[in-house]
Write a protein of this length. Structure first.
Length: 727
C-alpha cells in the first residue's frame, strides 16, 4: 500500500512513484502538514511545522501558553476559519449560534484499496481496486457537532492524488456551510512561479506566468461555468525548475461551475494553496444528519518539470477520468457543418457535404445548431427540441438513412441548458427559466438559461432528447452551452437555499448528462461551451471529447492548444481544419492533428486543389492516430517561450515512433530554427520519413535538428516530421 500510518509518530505518509506527501496528528489533535514533494524514504520531519520563533499578534491555543505554536503560522493540513488561522482557509461553517468559527480535530482514519464515489459529482475512478489507495480522515468540531471527512486517493503509478472533503451535521440544528474548499496545502516557501490559464471566447486557456508575491493571487469563476476566462487549474514551478527539470506541482478542480483557485503568501513567506467551489455566491443549508460533498481536486507532483507534470495529467485523465465506449475506441474523423453553413442549411445541403466528405474518406457528418423548432437564427427556439421538417424534408430519419448509405456516421447538436424567450417551451413554462422575482432577466445571445436545479425540467429535457436520440440512428452528440448565468435564482428553492443555486445547477447538468450517457452508451459525446468555456475535468468525465475553441485559425490556436496541454490530454481536444484565414491547408492540418481531428467547412467553397491536399491528410490522420491519442507529449518550443515559432512532439510509449511539428508563426528574417527532440531512446536509431535519413536518438535529443531551411519561409508555415525506430 502506498499509504502508511506510523502510530508512534502519529504520521501519515502517502507515497507515489515520484512523490511523498506527509502530515501528522499534532498536539490537541490538530492535523499539521509536513511535506509534499519529491519522494523521500523517511519521516524524520518532526520540526517541519515550526515556522517561526514568535508570531507576534497571532492567537494561540490557550493550552499552549505564550511561547507555544500558533495555528496562524503552522502548516495546517486542512485550514479552517475563525479560530486563530488568519490566512485564506478551506472551511467556514456558520453554526446555529450565528458565528462562523470552525475548528475540526482528528478523530480516526481508515486506509483501503480503491476509491469511493462522490455522490452526484464527476470524479476520477479506479479501473481496478489495486490501482489506487484511499485514506479517509475523520475530524470533528466538538462545539458545533460538525463532522468532516478528508478524502485522499493516491494513484501511485502516476504520482498523482485526489482530495475532497465531506461535512456532516451531527447536531440537532441546521448549520450554514459558507465555504468548503476541496483541499488546502501549505508549502513552506514562496520561491515559485505560478502558471494559470486565462482567456476569453475564441482565446481560451492561454498560459500566464507570474512570480508568487505576498498576498493572495489566483483565478476564479463566478459565471456559472468553469469559464473561458479562468480555467480551474494552477501549477507551481519551483525556482530553477523548467519544462524538463525540477519541482512542478499541478492542481486541477474536477468541477464545471464557479471555482476559486488561490495561493496566499503570508508574512512568513510560506504559501497556502486552496482550490474549490467559489464561496462568494455559495452556501449550503446543512440540516441535521445531512452531508455535503465538495468536488474533488487533482494534485500532481513531478520532478521532471512542467512537461513531466503535464504528461502525468494526460495519462491519468486518459486512464482514470475519461469513460465509456469511446475511451479507447478510435474516434471517427468528422465534418461539422457549422463554420460552413451556420443555420442556413437543409437536408440537400447536408447531403452535399456528406457526399463530398464520404468521397475523401471522412467518417461522420455532424449536424450543428439549426435543425429544430423555428431555429433559423440564434434568436429563438432553444428548448423546442423537435425536428424542423421544413428544413429536413422527410424528417431526420430520412436524412440519416441517406447519410448512412454513404457510409458515414451521424451526429447532432444540442444546447439543453438554454431556453429562448421566443420558444414554445418558454411560452408554456416561463417559470422554467432562471430568474429572480421582480427583476428583469438579462439576455445573453438572446437566450435565457433553463433551471437545471429542477427535476421536472430535467425530466422534460431527458424525455424530449430521448425522442430524437432514441428513435434515430445517431452516433454522436455535441452538447453546447452559450452564455453565463445571471440573476441566479430558482422558482422552487426556498429563500434559505437560494445560495445553493449555482452548485445545484451544475449537479442538475451532471445528472442529465449522466442519464443521457447511461441511456445511450454508444453515443460519442463532445462537450462544448461556445468553444472551450467548460473545458474542465468535470465535463471530461461525461464527454471524452471537448470542442477546444471556436477559434479555428491555426496561429491563434497555438496559444490555446499549448495552454490546454498543461493538464488536458490531446485525446480530449476537439480540433478541426476550417477555411479560416491566414494559413494554408498543410498548417491547418498540422495544428489540428494535435487533438481529436476533424473538418469544419463548406465543401462548395473548397477548390479541387485543396480537396486533393485534404484527401492526403486523412491517411496521415489514420496513420498517426494512436501516436497522438496515446503518446507522450513534449513541448519543444512552447508559445510562452518564443513569440515567433512553436514546436511540439509526440512519442509513443515504447519510444519507437515520434512526430515533431514546427510552426513558424511569424516569419522573422535571420531567425534560425533549431529543435532538440525529447523523450527518445538515445541508443535507438530512427529513420525520418520525410528525408529518409537515419539518426540516433542521442543525436536528435542532444544535438537536435537545424530546420531553418527545411521549413518554408513566411508567416504560418509548418513542418511535420515523423520518426520510426529501425531494428
Ligand atoms: C458555439 C459552438 O462553439 C459552435 O461550434 C457552434 O456549435 C455554435 N455554438 C452553434 O450555435
Amino acid at each position: 500500500m502506498p499509504i502508511y500510518f506510523y502510530p508512534e509518530k502519529r504520521i501519515f505518509k502517502l507515497d507515489t512513484a515520484d512523490s511523498s506527501y506527509i502530515f501528522k496528528i499534532f498536539q490537541e489533535n490538530y492535523l499539521v502538514h509536513l511535506y509534499y514533494g519529491k519522494k523521500i524514504p523517511d519521516t524524520n520531519l518532526t520540526k517541519f511545522h515550526d515556522r517561526c520563533v514568535n508570531a507576534s499578534f497571532s492567537a494561540r491555543n490557550a493550552n499552549w501558553g505564550e511561547a507555544g505554536p500558533s495555528v496562524d503560522v503552522m502548516p495546517m493540513e486542512y485550514a479552517t476559519n475563525g479560530c486563530g488561522d488568519m490566512r485564506i482557509t478551506g472551511l467556514q461553517v456558520r453554526n446555529a449560534d450565528g458565528n462562523a468559527s470552525t475548528d475540526i480535530r482528528y478523530i480516526s482514519h481508515n486506509i483501503y484499496s480503491g476509491k469511493p464515489k462522490l455522490p452526484g459529482l464527476p470524479a476520477l475512478y479506479a479501473n481496478t481496486d489495486d490501482e489506487c489507495t484511499t485514506l479517509e480522515i475523520k475530524a470533528f468540531d466538538k462545539v458545533t457537532g460538525l463532522e468532516a471527512t478528508l478524502f485522499y486517493t493516491v494513484f501511485e503509478k502516476y504520482s498523482a492524488m485526489t482530495r475532497s472533503v465531506a461535512v456532516k451535521n451531527t447536531s440537532k440544528k441546521a448549520m450554514e456551510v459558507e465555504k468548503i474548499m476541496s483541499f488546502t496545502l501549505d508549502l513552506p516557501t514562496c520561491d515559485y512561479d505560478l502558471y494559470t490559464l486565462w482567456g476569453r471566447h475564441n482565446y481560451e486557456r492561454t498560459t500566464e506566468i507570474r512570480r508568487l508575491a505576498h498576498g493572495i493571487q489566483g483565478v476564479t469563476s463566478r459565471r456559472g461555468s468553469s469559464s473561458h476566462n479562468q480555467n480551474p487549474f494552477m501549477a507551481l514551478l519551483r525556482e530553477g525548475a523548467s519544462e524538463d527539470y525540477g519541482d512542478a506541482y499541478g492542481f486541477n478542480l474536477v468541477y464545471s461551475s464557479n471555482h476559486r483557485c488561490e495561493i496566499e503568501v503570508d508574512f512568513n513567506g510560506s504559501s497556502r494553496v486552496i482550490m474549490g467551489i467559489d464561496d462568494s455566491d455559495f452556501g449550503w443549508h446543512l440540516t441535521p444528519g445531512e452531508t455535503f460533498y465538495s468536488p474533488e481536486a487533482v494534485l500532481v507532483y513531478s520532478s521532471e518539470g512542467l512537461g513531466g507534470m503535464s504528461r502525468t495529467f494526460h495519462k491519468l485523465y486518459n486512464t482514470n477520468l475519461v469513460r465509456g465506449e469511446w475511451k479507447n475506441k478510435k474516434r471517427p474523423l468528422l465534418i461539422n457543418n457549422w463554420e460552413g453553413t451556420h443555420m442556413n442549411f437543409d437536408d440537400d445541403k447536408l447531403l452535399d457535404i456528406a457526399k463530398w466528405a464520404a468521397d475523401i474518406g471522412i467518417e461522420m457528418l455532424v449536424m450543428d445548431d439549426g435543425w429544430f423548432g423555428k431555429r433559423n437564427d440564434d434568436k429563438c427556439a432553444l428548448g423546442d427540441w423537435i425536428v424542423n421538417e421544413e428544413k429536413l424534408k422527410g424528417g431526420l430519419g430520412h436524412l440519416i438513412e441517406r447519410v448512412k448509405a454513404l457510409g458515414l456516421k451521424f451526429g447532432i447538436w444540442y444546447e439543453p441548458e438554454m431556453i429562448s424567450p421566443d420558444s414554445d417551451l418558454y411560452r408554456a413554462h416561463p417559470d422554467w427559466c432562471i430568474h429572480v422575482p421582480g427583476r428583469e432577466t438579462s439576455l445573453g445571445r438572446t437566450q435565457y438559461v433553463i433551471d437545471m436545479t429542477r427535476e421536472d425540467v430535467r425530466d422534460y429535457l431527458f424525455n424530449i432528447m430521448c425522442d430524437v436520440l432514441g428513435n434515430n440512428d445517431i452516433d454522436y452528440i455535441k452538447w453546447d452551452f452559450n452564455r453565463n448565468i445571471s440573476e441566479a435564482g430558482s422558482a422552487l428553492l426556498p429563500p434559505e437555499r437560494q445560495k445553493e443555486f449555482f452548485h445545484r445547477f451544475i449537479l442538475g447538468t451532471y445528472d442529465l448528462m449522466d442519464r443521457i450517457v447511461k441511456r445511450f452508451p454508444h453515443l460519442l459525446f463532445e462537450n462544448c461551451s461556445g468553444g472551450g468555456g467548460r473545458y474542465d475535468p468535470g465535463m471530461m468525465y461525461y464527454s471524452p471529447q471537448i470542442w477546444c475553441s471556436d477559434n479555428t485559425d491555426s496561429i491563434g490556436r497555438l496559444d490555446i492548444q499549448f495552454g490546454s496541454s498543461l493538464c488536458y490530454p490531446a485525446s480530449v481536444q476537439g480540433a478541426h481544419v476550417s477555411a479560416s484565414r491566414r494559413t494554408n491547408y498543410n498548417t491547418k492540418k498540422d495544428v489540428a492533428m494535435w487533438g481529436s481531428f476533424g473538418y469544419e467547412l463548406d465543401p462548395a467553397k473548397i477548390s479541387e486543389e485543396d480537396k486533393a491536399v485534404i484527401r492526403t491528410q486523412i491517411a496521415g490522420y489514420h496513420k498517426y492516430y494512436d501516436l497522438i491519442h496515446n503518446g507522450d507529449l513534449y513541448r519543444l518550443i512552447p508559445t510562452w517561450a518564443d513569440p515567433y515559432k512553436a514546436a511540439w512532439q509526440f512519442v509513443s510509449e515504447d519510444k519507437t515512433q515520434a512526430m515533431v511539428t514546427v510552426v513558424r508563426k511569424h516569419h522573422v528574417r535571420d531567425d534560425s530554427l533549431f529543435v532538440r527532440l525529447k523523450g527518445l531512446d538515445p541508443d535507438t536509431y530512427y529513420r525520418c520519413e520525410e528525408n529518409d535519413e537515419v539518426y540516433s536518438g542521442a543525436l536528435l535529443m542532444y544535438a537536435g535538428m537545424n530546420l531553418t531551411f527545411a521549413i518554408n519561409r513566411g508567416d504560418g508555415q509548418s513542418l511535420a516530421l515523423h520518426f520510426e525506430a529501425i531494428e
